[in-house]
Design a protein. Structure first.
Length: 402
């Protein structure tokens, strides 16, 4: 038996799509583009005519989306085909660069059990993302190597900062970052930031070709950390929201390549609520692999409750089931969490992950951190490490415990 009714599947996907597009553009634009796609596809899938999207107030899905009863008679494969074409159509209409992140953000917003259910009936978001990436790869005009990535990346950073604060300050900021991070990432010693304000007829960035010998995944990790640190610098100085400016200057070839080596600009400026939500979902997903969904949800929720007194902001985080009819987790996080210091939030995350890891048996716990890091994704791992979370230390403690 299908875990969710057709109207729940369509309703959830439409609501999530509206939210993702609305964050990038506006609610009114999301309403227009989604309504247009549904009308066009209804010529092929007549049951889509039973869906009505009303207004632009998106507090609750059923406030804006209504259905006729005939929708429940639609077969799962027809529903899946229509939904897949809907997502493909929307992602393509957003263009290569914005469309690249669209399906990933849809997947991120959907609960684990819901995503598993729709995959069972043929709505596979991982496949849709892979298909989108394959289409982008087909448009590659040349092979992008480390030299090209670093030369282009640092030049874009310099140009953005130059426009905002001038050549001299742009040079000082990037030179300082490059020197500091070259201690951890040797390849950055092959990158030189030049003071174009005092040396005429020279490029702002010089890169040694030997950088092509470096593992590109290491290059990606270094770039992600520089972006995160630079975001902190410009935020303190109230200069610019520079991640959007970087993406505006990168073409789709470079965006795809950077993503392949682990660079995710969206993670850099995520609100704290979204970081916590992603961590909780990753914990639940990993625990589900070795137990069951209900147990995993209970474990994570109970561990958070253990630290309510130590970290008062945990009192505003709750995991509940939406209803007894499905396993759709409802992660409730108060907006007040945005006022919590990043380091304090990091300490809270550290305690939760540490407690869960140590509480697992030797067999289940042996690869927990590794799976958790994979579930989070490289960019998120770097983001929480920046907040003070030390996953390596947690693994050492677990080994000592046993």
């Amino acid at each position: 038996m299908q875990a969710f009714e057709n109207k729940e599947i369509i309703g959830r996907i439409l609501k999530t799509t509206i939210g993702v597009i609305g964050r990038r553009t506006s609610d009114s634009y999301a309403n227009v583009i989604i309504g247009s796609a549904i009308r066009e596809l209804s010529n092929k899938y007549s049951f889509l005519k039973d869906i009505n999207i009303q207004g632009t107030q998106y507090n609750e899905v059923y406030d804006i989306i209504s259905f006729n009863s005939g929708l429940e008679n639609v077969k799962p494969d027809q529903l899946a085909n229509a939904t897949n074409e809907f997502i493909e159509k929307i992602s393509k209409s957003m263009g290569k660069d914005a469309g690249f992140y669209f399906i990933k953000e849809i997947k991120e917003d959907l609960p684990y059990e819901f995503e598993k259910t729709i995959k069972d009936i043929g709505i596979d978001l991982d496949y849709l993302q892979l298909q989108f990436i394959t289409d982008l790869k087909d448009s590659y005009k040349f092979r992008i190597e480390n030299f090209d990535i670093l030369k282009n990346f640092f030049k874009i950073l310099f140009d953005i900062l130059d426009n905002e604060i001038g050549k001299r300050k742009a040079y000082l900021i990037l030179e300082d970052l490059n020197k500091r991070f070259s201690i951890e990432y040797d390849f950055l010693k092959l990158v030189k930031i030049n003071d174009v304000s005092s040396i005429p007829n020279i490029d702002s960035v010089t890169v040694d070709k030997n950088v092509n010998l470096v593992d590109e995944n290491i290059v990606g990790t270094g770039i992600q950390k520089i972006v995160q640190e630079l975001n902190n610098v410009v935020s303190e100085k109230n200069i610019i929201d520079f991640t959007d400016k970087i993406k505006d200057k990168l073409n789709s070839d470079y965006i795809l390549k950077l993503n392949e080596i682990g660079v995710d600009f969206n993670v850099v400026k995520l609100k704290k609520e979204l970081i916590i939500r992603h961590v909780i979902k990753a914990l639940i997903n990993v625990l589900t692999d070795s137990s069951n969904y209900s147990y995993a949800t209970m474990v994570v929720n109970n561990v958070i409750r253990e630290f309510d007194l130590k970290f008062s902001f945990f009192k505003d985080i709750k995991i509940n089931k939406k209803s007894s009819e499905n396993n759709d987790e409802e992660i409730s996080i108060s907006k007040s969490i945005e006022n919590v210091n990043y380091s304090e939030l990091g300490r809270g995350i550290q305690k939760i992950v540490e407690k869960i890891t140590i509480s697992l048996g030797d067999e289940a716990g042996s690869h927990f951190i590794e799976k958790f890091k994979k579930g989070l994704g490289k960019a998120y791992v770097l983001r929480i490490e920046e907040m003070g979370v030390n996953l390596h230390m947690i693994e050492l403690k677990r080994n000592l415990t046993w």
